[in-house]
Design a binder for this molecule. Structure first.
Ligand code: ZN
Length: 476
C-alpha cells in the first residue's frame, strides 16, 4: 500500500486490531481444528471479534444519531437483492466485474456492491405514497454493508477487503440548493473528524482532489450532457474556492478522472505518523447524473414537485469503516477514542503485602470498579503488587491501552486520593493527574468528571455519549 510504507518491525494495523481484540487475525491458528482462521472466514472478509463488536455498536450509534439529528433518514437495507435492481441502476453493465452474483431458483440475485440503488428505491417509495410532503433535499443515511470482488493478490488486512461497511449517504437535491448542501457536507465531515477522532481539519493537513470529466469524452466515456457536467463541476469548484478562502484548504483538479456518472471531490488528509508525513484518501463526495436518469427520477420529480433540475450526491465520510479503522489504528498506534475503546478504564490496585493496608486498597478499588461499571463504563480491575507494577503497566500499555488508568496504592488510601494516567488525544500522549476526594461519592464524581471530558466530543456531536458496559476484563 503506497500510503502505508512501514519500517520493518513496527506494528501494522492488524497487530493493533489483534491487541485490542477488534478482529480475528486470519493467519492465527484455530485451536483443535488445526487450521488458520482465514481458512474458514474467507479471504478479504474481516471477522470482527468481541472488542470489534463494541467498536461497531458504539460507532453505529454515534454516526446514525449524528445523521438523524442533521435531517437524514437512517435506514438499513438488505445485503442481497434481485439482480433486476442492479440492471436498472446500471451496475450490471458498468460494474459487473466487481459483483458477486448468484442464482436462486432460476432467478438472478446479487450481493449489493453499493447501497445507492436501494436508497433511490426508498425515495421513490416515499414519494409515491406521500407525494411532495417528502422534503427536498432528501437525505438518507445507512451504515451499509457491501461486498465487492477484489483480486486475492490485492487484499490486505482491513485496508483492502471484499466485505466492508460504508458510512454511506445519498442526497437528492434541487440544483439551486447544491452549494448549500455541499457546504453542509463539508461541515459535517469536519465535525466528525474533529470531535470523534481528534483529527483537525484545515489547510495544513487537508487538500481536495476534484476529479472532472474530459470535455472531449462527454457523451462517450462520461454520461450526461456538457451542460450538466459544467454545472456540476462549477458547483464543485465554487465549494472548493469557498473552503480555500475560509479554511485555507487547497485543491487541485484532475481532468478526465471523474467517475463515469459524475464529477467528485475527494478528501486527502496529510498526517504525521512516526515522524513521516503520509497521505490518506478518506471521504468522498460525488455527483451522479446516471442514477436519476436510470430510475426516471427527473420525471418523478417534475410530476410531484414541479419543474426543477435535481442532483444525486453520494457521500461517505470515512469511506469504509474497516479501512478507516485500519488507517486510524496505525496513525494512533492503537489508541481508539474513549467512547470506542473496548476497555475504557483500568483500575489498578497496588498491593503492598501488608494485610490490613491491602484490604483497604482492595475495598476502595473494588468499590470504584463496580461503580464505574454501573455507570456504563467498560472498566476492569487489574490487581498488581509494587514489584510487578512496572511490568504489568508495560504489558497493558503495549496492548490494550485503556485511555484512563486509575492507580490505588498505600499512599492513595492514606491521602484519600487517586493517581490517574489519562490519555490526551490532542497532545497524543498520556498525562498524569492526581485527584483528592472527601468521601466515596466524591471519588466517583471526580472520575466521572474526567470521563465526561473524554466523552465531550461525542456529546457535542449527538447530545449524549453511548455507554455500554460489557465485561472486557479478559483483555487484561
Ligand atoms: Zn452511492
Amino acid at each position: 500500500m503506497k500510503d502505508l510504507q512501514r519500517s520493518i518491525g513496527s506494528k501494522t494495523h492488524m497487530d493493533y486490531a489483534y491487541d485490542l481484540d477488534l478482529v480475528v487475525k486470519p493467519d492465527s491458528q484455530t485451536p483443535v481444528l488445526g487450521r488458520e482462521f482465514g481458512h474458514y472466514t474467507g479471504a478479504g472478509i474481516p471477522l470482527f471479534s468481541l472488542g470489534g463488536g463494541i467498536y461497531r455498536l458504539v460507532l453505529s450509534y454515534i454516526l446514525s444519531k449524528f445523521h438523524a439529528l442533521r435531517g437524514y433518514y437512517v435506514v438499513e437495507t438488505p445485503i442481497l437483492a434481485s439482480a433486476n435492481l442492479f440492471e436498472v441502476s446500471g451496475h450490471l453493465s458498468f460494474y459487473k466485474q466487481n459483483m458477486f452474483l448468484l442464482d436462486i431458483e432460476g432467478h438472478k440475485f446479487a450481493i449489493k456492491p453499493m447501497n445507492c440503488p436501494y436508497h433511490i428505491l426508498l425515495f421513490m417509495h416515499e414519494v409515491a405514497r406521500y407525494r411532495n410532503k417528502v422534503p427536498l433535499p432528501f437525505k438518507i443515511f445507512e451504515i451499509g454493508r457491501v461486498h465487492r470482488y477484489e483480486p486475492s493478490g490485492s487484499l490486505y488486512g482491513l485496508l483492502r477487503v471484499r466485505g466492508f461497511t460504508q458510512d454511506d449517504a445519498h442526497i437528492i437535491t434541487p440544483e439551486r440548493e447544491i452549494r448549500k448542501v455541499m457546504l453542509s457536507l463539508f461541515e459535517e465531515l469536519k465535525e466528525i473528524y474533529e470531535a470523534l477522532y481528534y483529527l483537525p481539519i484545515g489547510g495544513e493537513n487537508l487538500k481536495l482532489r476534484l476529479s472532472f470529466s474530459d470535455p472531449n469524452l462527454i457523451g462517450t466515456e462520461f454520461m450526461g450532457s456538457k451542460e450538466e457536467w459544467r454545472a456540476a463541476e462549477d458547483a464543485l469548484k465554487d465549494i472548493a474556492d469557498n473552503l480555500s478562502r475560509n479554511y485555507g484548504i487547497s485543491y487541485f483538479i484532475e481532468k478526465g478522472e471523474a467517475a463515469f456518472y459524475g464529477p467528485k471531490m475527494d478528501f486527502i488528509m496529510n498526517v504525521e505518523e512516526g515522524g513521516i508525513r503520509k497521505e490518506w484518501q478518506l471521504g468522498t463526495i460525488q455527483f451522479d447524473f446516471n442514477l436519476p436518469r436510470r430510475f426516471k427520477l427527473f420525471e418523478l420529480i417534475k410530476e410531484v414537485y414541479g419543474d426543477m433540475n435535481i442532483y444525486i450526491i453520494h457521500r461517505a465520510f470515512q469511506g469504509s469503516i474497516e479501512r478507516f479503522l485500519g488507517i486510524y489504528l496505525e496513525y494512533s498506534k492503537g489508541r481508539l477514542p474513549f467512547p470506542l475503546a473496548p476497555l475504557q478504564v483500568a483500575i489498578i490496585p497496588i498491593l503492598t503485602g501488608k494485610k490490613e493496608i491491602d484490604l483497604n486498597i482492595k475495598v476502595l478499588a473494588e468499590d470504584l470498579s463496580s461503580k464505574l461499571f454501573n455507570s456504563g463504563l467498560r472498566s476492569s480491575l487489574i490487581v498488581t503488587e509494587k514489584t510487578r507494577l512496572s511490568g504489568d503497566i508495560r504489558r497493558l500499555e503495549t496492548r490494550v491501552k485503556p485511555p484512563l488508568e486509575i492507580f490505588i496504592g498505600e499512599r492513595e488510601v492514606r491521602e484519600r486520593s487517586l493517581s490517574l494516567r489519562v490519555y490526551d488525544y490532542i497532545k497524543r500522549q498520556a498525562r498524569k493527574e492526581k485527584v483528592m476526594f472527601k468521601d466515596e461519592e466524591d471519588m466517583l464524581n471526580e472520575v466521572m468528571n474526567l470521563v465526561d471530558s473524554l466523552e465531550s466530543g461525542v456529546r457535542r456531536l449527538i447530545g449524549d455519549c453511548p455507554r455500554i458496559p460489557v465485561d472486557m476484563s479478559y483483555l487484561t
